[in-house]
Write a protein that binds this ligand. Structure first.
Ligand SMILES: Cc1ncc(COP(=O)(O)O)c(C=O)c1O
Length: 428
């Protein structure tokens, strides 16, 4: 295609949008290898597959969707979401700590969105000033950049993991995070932090309880010191229900409040929720933005703003999964049946991750720390060449900024040792 094609029709920002998503490109290479008859390994895509390569589907959710009344499929949902779903979103975000947080005086609001992506968009559109920088880790989900730039935002980063030995156990680089946060506070009157935790995409790393507490403490301290700078901490919980501590953030917040830390007025905590993975409804586009703050008026205002933004962007989020999944979780049996299936799917990930760690240890592959969720990661300064060499062994992974993403979610257990072998060969 001509580089200037459509220049007279597309605005300058639109012209900066380029195609060829890396992940889909490498997935296509895997598919081509299979077509050519190769016994290829698919570590490319970001959806959970069964060991036979078919899409893993939570059967309890699937059955519930199939018997939804026609009107629940066809009708619009209320603009801000179905009340039962909004209630469920808060529980999915905070789990067993929700009630305690409410009793401790935290107000909460939720807005239904088309997937976690919609929730990220709502945050980008409303919690930062145009032209400002949002604070990310240097390894992050690629589409963040698009959500931010579409809202006229830039980003600053800090390293994924600390380099100092004594800080390594927390799995977050508090020192550099604090420095970046402080720099942003000196030049902006609002700062927003996006943290994909637990079960980070693309590495599978999760903060420990100590790491979360140190991180929250840093944000609270910054908000108290910079009282004229609005602070929004967004927890991207796209994979949290597959993690060992799904509600660790709510627990940390609860502990901080119970210990008597005063919650700064200028601090908002918000969860970007996605049901895509947790309930295997990727295509039904269902998620929510769940915000908590001690001032009920602040929460009321946020509720209005998010509802209006959704209305002006996608109208209402799709209804059927909001209806079906909130109904399913409203009964003890429904919630338990979903949980059993979720545990089965989670177990696929746990056994694949353990086998990858063992195989990498055996072959001397310096795999990054990885704990939960869909992915594992090999940090490398020439990820393209590593992925190319793996492809020569018919193992298809995804080279991204700073390393190679291993889609454990897609690789059958029996093929995991081949991933470690290919990486070992590539690193020789
Ligand atoms: C880190 C992260 N955040 C958010 C999302 C949003 O998911 P969705 O919009 O499909 O619900 C994804 C999906 O891949 C993700 O990996």
């Amino acid at each position: 295609m001509e580089p200037n094609a459509g220049a007279g029709l597309l605005n300058p920002y639109a012209q900066t949008k380029v195609g060829n998503d890396t992940i889909f490109g490498w997935w296509a290479r895997y598919q081509e290898a299979v077509k050519q008859g190769a016994d290829a390994v698919n570590g490319t895509i970001g959806a959970l597959l069964e060991d036979d390569g078919s899409l893993a589907i939570n059967q309890v959710v699937d059955e519930a969707i199939r018997v939804a009344p026609a009107v629940e499929i066809a009708a619009y949902a209320p603009l801000k979401g179905l009340p039962a779903f909004l209630d469920l979103s808060k529980t999915l975000a905070m789990g067993e700590h929700r009630e305690a947080l409410e009793e401790l005086g935290m107000s909460m609001t939720a807005t239904a969105t088309p997937g976690g992506s919609g929730a990220l968009y709502l945050a980008a559109a409303n919690f930062a000033n145009r032209g400002d920088k949002v604070l990310l880790r240097d390894r992050h989900w690629g589409p963040y950049k698009g959500f931010l730039s579409g809202c006229g935002l830039e980003y600053a980063t800090y390293p994924l993991l600390p380099s100092a030995e004594e800080a390594k156990h927390a799995f977050v680089d508090i020192k550099n995070f604090k420095d970046e946060l402080s720099a942003l506070c000196s030049s902006q009157d609002k700062v927003m932090i996006w943290l994909n935790d637990p079960a980070h995409n693309p590495t599978g790393v999760s903060l420990t309880a100590d790491g979360r507490m140190a991180f929250l403490e840093s944000v609270m301290e910054s908000a108290s010191t910079n009282e004229h700078v609005g602070h929004t901490l967004l927890i991207d919980a796209a994979y949290h229900l597959y993690a060992e501590e799904p509600h660790g953030w709510a627990e940390t917040i609860r502990e901080a409040i119970e210990e008597g830390w005063p919650w700064p007025e200028n601090l908002l905590l918000t969860f970007a929720m996605s049901l895509s993975k947790s309930h295997t409804v990727y295509g039904l586009r269902t998620g929510a933005l769940v915000s908590i703050h001690p001032d009920a008026e602040v929460i009321e205002k946020i509720e209005t703003v998010m509802g209006v933004t959704g209305r002006q962007t996608w109208s209402a989020a799709p209804r059927v999964a909001q209806y079906t999944i909130s109904k399913m979780h409203s009964s003890k049996e429904g919630g338990e049946a979903w949980g059993k299936e979720r545990d089965r799917l989670k177990n696929l990930l746990v056994t694949r991750r353990n086998r990858l760690k063992e195989s990498c240890a055996k072959h001397g592959v310096p795999l990054n720390p990885t704990h939960d969720g869909f992915f594992a990661w090999l940090e490398h300064d020439d990820p393209e060449s590593v992925a190319e060499k793996c492809a020569q062994e018919n193992v298809f992974l995804v080279p991204l900024t700073g390393g190679v993403r291993i889609g454990l979610c897609a690789v059958p257990l029996a093929q995991i040792p081949r991933v470690a072998e290919a990486l070992a060969q590539a690193l020789k």
